[in-house]
Design a protein around this ligand. Structure first.
Ligand code: SAH
Ligand code: DHB
Ligand code: MG
Length: 293
């Protein structure tokens, strides 16, 4: 039996796939609502009802959450396998994750294999200075800072005093307090301070804070880098939501606006990579700065 109910228009559905038109059987209903068909939900398909250029249409979305949940266990198992092979247990990194959990920080640190990728990129580049936007408990900070020479410098920006405090302790335990500075405050304020203080150019900027501000962070990053620097942006896929141009999530809009800036910016050459693993389905952008300012 097919039961019809209404949900407010503007509620967006994840994972748009298979967009196609079906007959406007529900065209007598008000267009300010999205119409969803319960039977379609049960089959893993969601119908999104709206008016397009004056004509009613229904877009069908294949619902991917089930598939993603099933895949997630396998992705996590493969991540654990590779990490077990390639990333030996590390007292400072392990203790940082434990301290984060004990302090109630959200478990949104980079995955170990992503942390090691950041570390290897920094080493490949021979990085001496790194700027991180979004510290949390300093897990990614430790991975990055360990790639630096003894006289290297990493500045990491964090708005939450509790996160900053936990991070400072984790960084101290890792023996990195001499080369790492945790700057407390809104990243946008700290970034303008860094410029005013004459910091930069940084060899790497890792952007991993509040996603709606990604476009602004990228503009600052460009100002604080040089030809040959890398700008890396975490969490740019968000389970595929990034490909939905109508997704109203400010984080998704932030990533899409960032991509517009990247596309229009002659001073960078960028790519984006989708990832699956212990953190689900996400991805990152890497941009090489190809010109001095
Ligand atoms: N890079 C970390 C994870 C960072 S999570 C790691 O992989 O280990 C994102 C962090 O950004 C959170 O700690 C959050 O408090 C911080 N944040 C959010 N908005 C911010 C802002 N406006 N300025 C600075 N930090 C911010
Ligand atoms: C979120 C933030 C992150 O930096 C991340 O890696 C995963 C999730 C978040 O804000 O939800
Ligand atoms: Mg992140």
């Amino acid at each position: 039996m097919m039961k019809v109910f209404l949900i407010c228009r503007g509620m967006r559905l994840k994972h748009p796939e298979d967009a196609r038109r079906v007959p406007p059987v529900f065209s007598h209903l008000c267009v300010s609502f999205v119409l969803a068909v319960q039977g379609a939900f049960a089959r893993g398909v969601v119908a999104d009802y709206r008016s397009r250029s004056g004509k009613f249409c229904v877009r069908i979305f294949k619902k991917c959450e089930g598939a993603e949940t099933m895949g997630k266990e396998q992705w996590a198992a493969v991540d654990r396998y590779f990490a077990g092979m390639l990333i030996p247990p590390d007292p400072a990194l392990d203790a940082a994750l434990q301290a984060n959990a004990a302090a109630g920080l959200p478990p949104i640190d980079v995955a170990p294999n992503q942390g090691k990728l950041l570390h290897l990129l920094a080493r490949m580049l021979g990085a001496r200075t790194i700027l991180e936007i979004g510290t949390l408990g300093g897990y990614s900070t430790i991975w990055l800072a360990r790639a630096l020479p003894p006289d290297g410098r990493l500045i990491t920006l964090e708005v939450d005093p509790k996160h900053a405090e936990v991070a400072r302790a984790n960084i101290a335990r890792a023996g990195l307090s001499e080369i790492v500075e945790v700057r407390l405050g809104k990243a946008l304020d700290s970034l303008s301070q860094l410029v005013a203080e004459g910091h930069g150019p940084f060899d790497i900027v890792f952007i991993d804070a509040d996603k709606p501000n990604n476009p602004e962070y990228f503009k600052w990053a460009l100002q604080l880098t040089r030809r040959g620097s890398l700008i890396i942006v975490d969490n740019v896929v968000r389970s595929g939501a990034v490909a939905d141009d109508a997704n109203p999530d400010p984080g998704v809009q932030g990533v899409r606006r960032l991509n517009e800036l990247l596309a229009a910016e002659p001073r960078v050459s960028a790519t984006a990579i989708q990832t699956v693993g212990v953190k689900g389905y996400d991805g990152f952008i890497i941009a090489l700065v190809t010109d001095d300012q």
